[in-house]
Design a protein around this ligand. Sequence first.
Ligand code: ADP
Ligand code: MG
Length: 643
Amino acid sequence: MSTLTHSHPKNRPNARLPINDEIVEPLFVALTLVGIAAGLMTTSFGAQARVHLAVNLLTYFVGGFYAVRAIIAALRERKIEVDLLMVIAAIGAAYVDAWTEGAILLFLFSLSNVLQGYAMRRTERAISALMELRPDTVNVRRGDQTVAVALEAVQVGDVVLLRPGDRVPLDGTIQRGSGNFDESAITGESMPVHRSEGAHVLAGTLNTNGALDMLVTKPASESTLARIINMVSEAQSRKASTQSFLDRAEQYYAMSVIVSVLLFIILVPPIFGVNFGENFYKGMVLLTVASPCALVISVPAALLSAIANAARRGVLFKGGAHLEELSKVKVVAFDKTGTLTFGRPELTDVLPQPGVSKDELLEAVARAELSSEHPIARAIMAYATTQGLAPAEPEKFSAVTGMGVRASWDGQETLVGSPRLMTQAGITVPAELLTEMDRLADDGRGTVLLAHRGSRWLGLVTVMDRERPDAAEKLAALRAAGIERVVMLTGDNVRVAEAMGRRLGIDEVHAGLLPEDKLRIVEELGKKYGPVAMVGDGVNDAPALAAASSGIAMGAAGTDAALETADIVLMSDDLGAIGYAVGLSKHTQRVVWQNIAFAMSVVVVLVISTLTIGVPLPLGVVGHEGSTILVVLNGLRLLAYRG
Ligand code: ADP
Ligand code: MG
């Protein structure tokens, strides 16, 4: 029966028992087999009836113990599990004195449970391997000394000592030294990356060769690794809709099997004039072969394996349901910045207006952008630093999402951003500035920003984000995986966006968008073409991620808002992971349907043969449990999917 609904530890009240189920359950299975042998011997040696009965009862006890425990746990939640059908069938067999057959049923049934439990734990282990990436203690610098501190006790601002071969315990930035980091556990990317002073490093990655100091930037509970572990464990509890449908159907199905078999036993002998005992035995076989064990496990066996496979590749599905949704997606919409491009723009031009010096423009822009978290702001700050500028914090600051920033100092307000920001603030942009902006955009200078302070135009600044070199190729792979339409959504200028869209072979480009526009377009795309996946990284993408039928957040270092709202998180910054995820989801759906179809046909074939040619109970059980195990193994194949 399904490990999830039956043998899963949480359904088994083993807290009361001091013994370990993982050892006792197989032991009981073995004892059942011994009991069957002993039962046969007592018969052939003509032992006393009482001895015979005692042996059989003991065999039933060890064979049925775990099933009965699962039944009781389920009944407490007012649910019937298929285990119940099995136990009734075994008891029924005993009633017509077919003890051995009943015992064989219990033996095969519990054996199959143990095997399934083992197989499913393999999947769960693949996921919980992530947990082992967290060390228990961390070497923290305190004055001249290094002290070992428990992971949970390390605080933001502590300096952690990393030696070659150490796993990074928490998210932080390198303060001193450099090294090559193996990030495969988090991002799935196998090439080590060189990181030096100032670089951000993630918990769970491996420092292969550097001796360095790391400044902790997030507490243990908020590290990227901790979040991943949370997401993955939540993923296992959220069910795909096929699965919750099957769970509900199981109840009705199990009930109707019990009722039908009952009617079969009562009605068939008087109507057809057959022997009651023989017919009763047939009823027990029916009860066994009609149980939907294979059906119940068919979906989770596939989904869990797929989730584990994806986690190893740095793709986190937050639930089985998202695999199902992704497999149906027809359109993929990409945010441009940070997704199709690296999201690490660089400042390319500083173009002051006549009468304004380059320094004045740069100083004002840098000061205004000081508190912004936008990649554009980081590009400007990085450039300002190389020019020896260290601007002071402005007196007032506000970021206008998707438009730019407004900051005030010395009694004057500075605005840096798109023409829309200016219009919104009631400032009219002179036509010659707009023409100049278009010219720069056409020239491929990247995103062009206007800077205005007090009542003066200071000039233009351009920042350019490098396109991911493999973007075109990865988009083509996405089409090969069955995506019909690729769309770009961006807050950036139309000209910049369209030029890039042409280069990458994108079907539709929507530019100059605000966050709410992205959401609206995602909804429209959904109506026109079918289910949409939205790929984004920023705060401004969060509404669209939520509206899409599959929200995909890119990059573990993406904003928290994007990570929270997304259904699927790509830990790596690799666009290829999207094609892989789509491929995996389709493959998983195929396996799910194979499993369902196979499980149902076995039930149908066995029920028909029982009614027509008659099937001995042991053979019925072999067919039934065999199909259950095959279904689980078929699901486990997904662990090996490469894509
Ligand atoms: P995308 O949709 O490409 O991720 P955003 O929605 O974040 O882009 O930004 C859209 C536009 O708003 C940018 O192209 C830029 O013109 C302007 N903008 C946003 N944030 C800033 C900022 N901090 N400084 C200047 N301009 C900004
Ligand atoms: Mg973005």
